[in-house]
Design a protein around this ligand. Structure first.
Ligand code: PGA
Length: 227
C-alpha cells in the first residue's frame, strides 16, 4: 500500500555556483508549478551545503512550496571534525538529508557502520532521512524515513530500471522495513515519472540530472500535478 503523498526529491550533487542557483530559482518561479499547496505532493531540492542558506532565502522570498534537503551529513556531532557539517548545523536550513548515496559509498568509501552513525546523528537532530540503496539486500538502519532504490547502472546513464522491476524490488524491501516510504531514482525524467509513481509501492522519485534544469524539474512537477 502507498502513502498519500508523492515525493519529488531533486539531487543537484556537486553542481551549480551561486549564480546558477539564483537562475534556477528565477526560472522555477516563472514556470509557476509550485504555487498550489496541494497536500498530495512533497517537492524537495538538495543543493550543496553552501547553497542551502541562499536556497532557503529564495524559497521564503518567493513563497514556494518547496522543501530543502542536504546531500549528506556528518557521522559525528558538533566538535573537532575538520571539514564536516553536523546535523545540528543543517537543521536550521534543511528538513531532509540524503544518506548513503551510491556516489558517497563509492568515492568516499562510506560503509554500513558509518552510514548508520549518520542516520543516528540526523535523527537526533530531527532531520528526515532519505536513505539510498542500490538493491534489496542492503541494510536499512533504524530511523530511516524514506528509502530510495537506485540501481547503480541507472544513475546518470539515461537507462532506468523498469517500473515493474523497481516495484517488485521495493516490495521485497517493504516486507523487511515496512514503516519506510519508498522512492525510485536513476534517470528519472518528466517522460517516465508517472510510470514509476503509478506503481503500487513507489511513492516518489529522486531525480539527479533532470533536477538541474528548472524547466525539466517543473515538467516533472506538472506531470504529478495532473495525476
Ligand atoms: P540521475 O541521478 O537522475 O542523474 O540518474 C539520480 C541520483 O543519483 O540520485
Amino acid at each position: 500500500m502507498k502513502g498519500n503523498k508523492i515525493y519529488i526529491i531533486g539531487n543537484w550533487k556537486s553542481n551549480k555556483n551561486r549564480q546558477d542557483v539564483e537562475n534556477w530559482f528565477t526560472q522555477l518561479v516563472s514556470e509557476n508549478v509550485l504555487d498550489n499547496k496541494l497536500p498530495n505532493k512533497e517537492v524537495v531540492v538538495c543543493p550543496s551545503f553552501i547553497h542551502l542558506e541562499l536556497a532557503k532565502w529564495l524559497i521564503e522570498k518567493n513563497k514556494l512550496s518547496l522543501k530543502l534537503g542536504a546531500q549528506d551529513v556528518s557521522p559525528f556531532s558538533t566538535g573537532a571534525y575538520t571539514g564536516e557539517v553536523s546535523a545540528s548545523m543543517l537543521k536550521n536550513y534543511a528538513e531532509y538529508t540524503l544518506i548513503g548515496h551510491s556516489e558517497r559509498r563509492k568515492y568516499f568509501k562510506e560503509d554500513d557502520d558509518m552510514l548508520s552513525q549518520k542516520v543516528q546523528m540526523a535523527k537526533d537532530e530531527g532531520l528526515k532521512v532519505i536513505y539510498c540503496v542500490p538493491d534489496d539486500t542492503t541494510i536499512v538502519p533504524n530511523g530511516v524515513d524514506i528509502v530510495a532504490y537506485e540501481p547503480i547502472w541507472a544513475i546518470g546513464t539515461g537507462k532506468t530500471d523498469s517500473p515493474q522491476n523497481a516495484n517488485a524490488l521495493i516490495g521485497h524491501l517493504k516486507q523487511k522495513y515496512p514503516s519506510c516510504v519508498y522512492i525510485y531514482g536513476g534517470s528519472v525524467t518528466a517522460d517516465n515519472i508517472v510510470s514509476f509513481v503509478s506503481q503500487d509501492y513507489i511513492d516518489g522519485v529522486l531525480p539527479g540530472g533532470a533536477s538541474l534544469d528548472p524547466i525539466k524539474f517543473s515538467k516533472m512537477i506538472s506531470a504529478i500535478n495532473s495525476l
